[in-house]
Write a protein that binds this ligand. Structure first.
Ligand code: GAR
Length: 208
C-alpha cells in the first residue's frame, strides 16, 4: 500500500502572482492527503506576493523571478523557462499567475500545465473576468480549470463550476462567490491529474 502510494506521488510546482488563496487550497489538500503529490516549489513573478508567506509556512521552496527586474518580457520569460526546466515537475499549476505564458514554455510543458480562471470559459478570458461577467449581464458565472495551450485561456477544459450572478453583485461579491469554488475545483483537478485520470482528446478532457 505504502509502495503504491509512493509510486503514485507526483511532483507539482505552483506559479502565482499574488494573494495565493488557491495555492493555499492546494497546500491544504496535499497536507490532508487528498492529492497524491508533493509541492516542489512556488515560482512567483512578484516579490511582494503573499503566496510567498504561505510557501514559507508550508516549508515549500520559493523561486522569485521578479518581472520588473528584467529589461524585457523576453528576458524575463527566458529566466522563467530555465527555472521551470530545472524544477521539471510532473505538473505546473498556474494559481493566480497574472501574465500570459509564452509559447515556448507552453510547448515545452504541453499537457503538464493547468490554470484556474474565474469565469466559465470560453467566456471572459484575460484579466478582470468577474467584472467582464457583471458588465455583460450574464446570469451565471463560475470558474474553469483547464490545460494551458497557446491560446489565451483557451486550452482543453478539465472542470467547471457555476454560480448565480445576483442583481446586487459587484466585482468583489461575485469574485468571492466564485473563489469559494475555485478552492474546490483546483485541488480536485490536480488530484485527477496526479491519479493519471485525465486524457486529452482534442479539445476534450476525458476523466477516466
Ligand atoms: C483567482 O480568482 C484566479 O482565478 C484568478 O486570480 C485570482 C487569484 O487569487 N486568476 C486569473 O484571473 C488568471 N487570469 P489567489 O491569488 O487568491 O489564488
Amino acid at each position: 500500500m505504502i509502495k503504491n502510494e509512493k509510486l503514485m506521488t507526483k511532483r507539482i510546482a505552483v506559479i502565482a502572482s499574488g494573494r495565493g488563496s488557491n495555492f493555499q487550497a492546494v497546500i491544504n489538500a496535499i497536507a490532508a492527503r487528498k492529492i497524491p503529490a508533493v509541492c516542489a516549489a512556488l515560482i512567483t513573478d512578484n516579490p511582494k506576493a503573499y503566496a510567498i508567506e504561505r510557501a514559507k509556512k508550508a516549508h515549500i521552496p520559493v523561486r522569485v523571478i521578479d518581472y520588473h527586474s528584467f529589461p524585457s518580457r523576453e528576458v524575463y520569460e527566458r529566466a522563467l523557462f530555465s527555472a521551470m526546466q530545472r524544477l521539471d515537475p510532473d505538473l505546473f499549476v498556474l494559481a493566480g499567475y497574472m501574465r500570459i505564458v509564452g509559447n515556448e514554455i507552453v510547448r515545452a510543458f504541453n499537457g503538464r500545465m493547468i490554470n484556474i480562471h474565474p469565469a466559465l470559459l470560453p467566456s471572459f478570458t484575460g484579466l478582470h473576468a468577474q467584472q467582464q461577467a457583471i458588465v455583460h449581464g450574464v446570469k451565471v458565472a463560475g470558474c474553469t480549470v483547464h490545460f494551458v495551450d497557446e491560446s489565451l485561456d483557451g486550452g482543453p477544459i478539465i472542470l467547471q463550476h457555476c454560480v448565480p450572478v445576483l442583481d446586487s453583485d459587484d466585482e468583489d461579491t461575485l469574485a468571492e462567490r466564485i473563489l469559494h469554488y475555485e478552492h474546490i475545483c483546483l485541488p480536485e483537478a490536480i488530484r485527477l491529474f496526479c491519479e493519471e485520470r485525465l486524457v486529452i482528446d482534442g479539445r476534450k478532457v476525458i476523466v477516466r
